[in-house]
Design a protein around this ligand. Structure first.
Ligand SMILES: Nc1nc2c(ncn2[C@@H]2O[C@H](COP(=O)(O)OP(=O)(O)OP(=O)(O)O)[C@@H](O)[C@H]2O)c(=O)[nH]1
Ligand SMILES: [Mg+2]
Length: 325
């Protein structure tokens, strides 16, 4: 995922400190003082410019991000604001270099190069300080974005929803081939759990939604609401688990109400399944028990019916039907 590789974004003072230190080390080696001043200003300007440019380059292009990540970045930080800050940092990178080089050139005819050097340093520092809030904002965004869950947009994806304690995590642990991965999701303190299961040459991706649905939609703020739907919207199908035994602590009525809410929230199919059938079930729904394993294969088969037809299978189908004609 692109956000993971974004390095820490330095503050304005950090950019300045590092660049001055590097240029000062170089300057010591020069014998001619005027020449040394000129080179110092040039070195500071280009080092600052490179550092700022690299901040911008290490961010992904927000227009090319997969929709899930773009949506999340937008909900959390506003893509427009991120782009504005990146634009400001680019501007500072250019400006620091051109201003620095101008001062360096003007030193050749200056009577006092120490004075010009000080002016140049002050001017460059002020340019970098102008984008300090942008740098801090970008770093704040980087710290959150890099911890987002890894979700693949290419795999057949099942999002598992339902009230707490209905058995969502138990289901994912049971059907996942590898240990599910837990990643931070900014809208739940419990993180997001992603598991995979290989089926032939394909993989199914399961995403657990702990702590995102238990409060009524009306109590969620607009940002949380968007975040929850961004999460659910990566699904090809939503598996909605019900606990008819009500051992989870929520009445079946409340659970069915949440099922309706989720159905309204998303465009993809929502498949309700009763879990914990070993201790209680109801008519009219497929049932399973993640404790005894009963019915689990049937639920997996049911989910697989919603598998997107990939381009190759559509193509194969077309070839088959054409060869029949
Ligand atoms: N009897 C029975 N208990 C189950 C079954 N599946 C899960 N449980 C139990 O139900 C409790 C909750 O299971 P979890 O898998 O943690 O439920 P969850 O939906 O992930 O809960 P949250 O993470 O809080 O949202 C645990 O004590 C499980 O052992 C089942 O099929 N039968
Ligand atoms: Mg859980």
């Amino acid at each position: 995922m692109e956000f993971e590789t974004i390095p820490t974004v330095p503050t304005a003072d950090e950019v300045l400190d590092r660049s001055f230190r590097r240029a000062a080390a170089k300057k010591k080696r020069k014998i001619d003082a005027d020449r040394a001043n000129e080179e110092f200003v040039r070195a500071v300007a280009s080092s600052i410019s490179d550092r700022l440019k690299s901040v911008v380059q290490r961010f992904p292009n927000f227009d090319l991000l997969p929709p899930f990540y773009r949506d999340l970045a937008d909900i959390l930080f506003s893509v427009d604001r991120l782009k504005r800050s990146l634009g400001a940092v680019s501007w500072a990178a250019e400006k620091a270099r051109s201003v620095g080089y101008q001062y360096a050139r003007s030193m050749r005819s200056a009577p006092d190069t120490n004075r010009v050097r000080k002016q140049a340093v002050a001017r460059i520092a002020s340019i970098v300080h102008q984008v300090d809030t942008d740098l801090r904002f970008l770093n704040e965004a980087r710290n959150v974005l890099r911890k987002l869950p890894h979700v693949s947009e290419d795999e057949f994806t099942v999002v598992v929803a339902g009230y707490p304690n209905v058995g969502k995590s138990s289901f994912i642990r049971l059907v996942s081939t590898a240990e599910p991965e837990i990643a931070a999701y900014p809208f739940t303190t419990r993180g997001i759990i992603v598991g995979h299961r290989a089926i032939g040459r394909e993989r199914i991706q399961f995403i657990d939604t702990p702590g995102v649905l238990e409060r009524p939609a009306a109590e969620r703020n607009p940002i949380e609401r968007q975040a929850v739907s961004a999460l659910i919207n990566i699904a090809d199908v939503v598996l909605f688990l019900l606990d008819a035994s009500e051992h989870c602590g929520y009445t079946l009525d409340d659970q069915l109400h949440l099922l309706d809410e989720v159905r309204e929230m998303v465009d993809m199919p929502v498949v309700p399944v009763v879990n914990k059938v070993d201790i209680g079930g109801i008519e009219g729904y497929p049932a399973m028990s993640t404790l005894t394993g009963e019915g689990v294969d049937g639920v997996l088969d049911l989910l697989l019916r919603y598998r997107r037809r990939t381009r190759s299978t559509t193509l194969q189908a077309r070839i088959r039907s054409e060869s029949r004609q």
